[in-house]
Design a binder for this molecule. Structure first.
Ligand SMILES: C[C@](O)(CO)[C@H](O)COP(=O)(O)OP(=O)(O)OC[C@H]1O[C@@H](n2ccc(N)nc2=O)[C@H](O)[C@@H]1O
Ligand SMILES: Nc1ncnc2c1ncn2[C@@H]1O[C@H](COP(=O)(O)OP(=O)(O)OP(=O)(O)O)[C@@H](O)[C@H]1O
Length: 289
């Protein structure tokens, strides 16, 4: 028996850090939403009891370091599953990009194995397990649009944002999330208006979503990697309505309403950036089948 799960990327429309916690993590308030750029996860029963990871991407680990492996391992141990599984990851989301690719693969593996192994767990239960794997995994279990608090695992669902194109551009460099958080200076920080962003989404107000975009981690990543600031500027010059770095970077996203302008920005960026995507917001939540 085998089945497929889609693992979509996320962007952060707002990302604020409130303080550093005694456990070393940072207390955050983020508005996350999924976009239509997705890895595809194939889960297949195999003889024996092992967990096998298959991927054609050389940056994706094929052992216990893979977040999808960790998801399968936790479910297997916790629910006494005496079966083997192969997890094939068709990687479409750029790696170490700030788009939660690994987290979404783990979340899709949780949803998929819940079906394959007939565990009968709810999305809330899967999201709780996801939090043990990484801060972005709980959100990725649900997908859609949400306010994420705590270290990212406390999720409040929101309606989908106004419909628009999202142009993603990733410079050819990887960023370590841990390193970015470590370098963050909490004093003199300019905070985005996270609750203003929630109101903008609830009112379906595209202009206010655009004017409210903000990410405190830009204050670390932009000076460290001038290429990211360069891509932001290019996107603005080509005509994006609003531009922001996603997560800890280095991917930059631009919002744009009109098809013709989207095409112009996409073509313009392709001139000097290898990884450019024009995708729609997904906005709505996953459901268990
Ligand atoms: C930057 C974001 O992607 C925005 O969505 C997330 O905040 C990070 O989510 P993630 O990659 O799932 O993060 P994790 O794998 O849990 O943590 C990686 C490292 O980032 C730092 N980290 C992460 C989340 C958080 N709220 N505070 C932190 O300080 C910690 O040093 C941690 O060791
Ligand atoms: N399934 C996976 N796909 C990609 N990378 C993975 C996976 N599992 C583990 N990794 C490791 O995690 C690192 C970060 O990859 P990932 O693509 O998840 O970063 P990210 O998009 O920046 O995540 P986030 O936005 O949650 O911080 C990679 O360098 C890789 O070694």
């Amino acid at each position: 028996m085998k089945l497929m799960e889609k693992a979509p990327a996320k962007i952060n429309l707002a990302l604020d850090v409130l303080f550093k916690r005694p456990d070393g993590y940072h207390e955050v308030e983020m508005i996350m939403t999924t976009v239509d750029l997705a890895d595809r996860i194939e889960l297949k029963e195999i003889p024996g009891k092992s967990i096998r990871i298959l991927s054609h991407n050389r940056f994706v680990p094929d052992d216990h370091r893979n977040l999808a492996y960790q998801a399968a391992h936790i479910l297997k141990e916790r629910y006494d599953v005496n079966k083997g599984v192969s997890i094939t990851i068709e990687k479409n989301i750029p790696v170490a990009a700030g788009l939660a690719g690994g987290s979404s693969d783990a979340a899709a593996t949780l949803r998929g194995l819940n079906r394959l192994w007939r565990l009968g767990l709810s999305l809330d239960e899967l999201a709780e397990i996801g939090a043990e794997i990484g801060s972005d995994v709980s959100f990725c279990v649900y997908g859609g649009t949400a306010l994420a608090k705590g270290r990212g695992e406390k999720i409040t669902h929101l309606p989908p944002p106004p419909n628009c194109w999202v142009i993603l551009a990733k410079p050819t460099l990887g960023v370590s999330t841990a390193d970015v958080y470590k370098r963050l200076q909490l004093s003199d920080m300019e905070h985005p208006d996270v609750y203003g962003m929630i109101a903008a989404i609830e009112n379906n107000d595209y202009q206010k979503v655009c004017s409210g975009l903000g990410n405190v981690l830009e204050q670390v990543t932009l000076p460290l990697y001038p290429e990211v600031a360069n891509i932001k500027n290019q996107m603005k010059t080509f005509g994006a309505d609003a531009v922001l770095m996603s997560g800890s970077g280095p991917t930059v996203f631009g919002l744009v309403e009109h098809d013709s302008r989207m095409q112009r920005i996409y073509n313009g960026l392709r001139g000097f950036c290898d990884q450019v995507y024009a995708v729609r917001l997904l906005g709505t939540q996953n459901r268990l089948e």
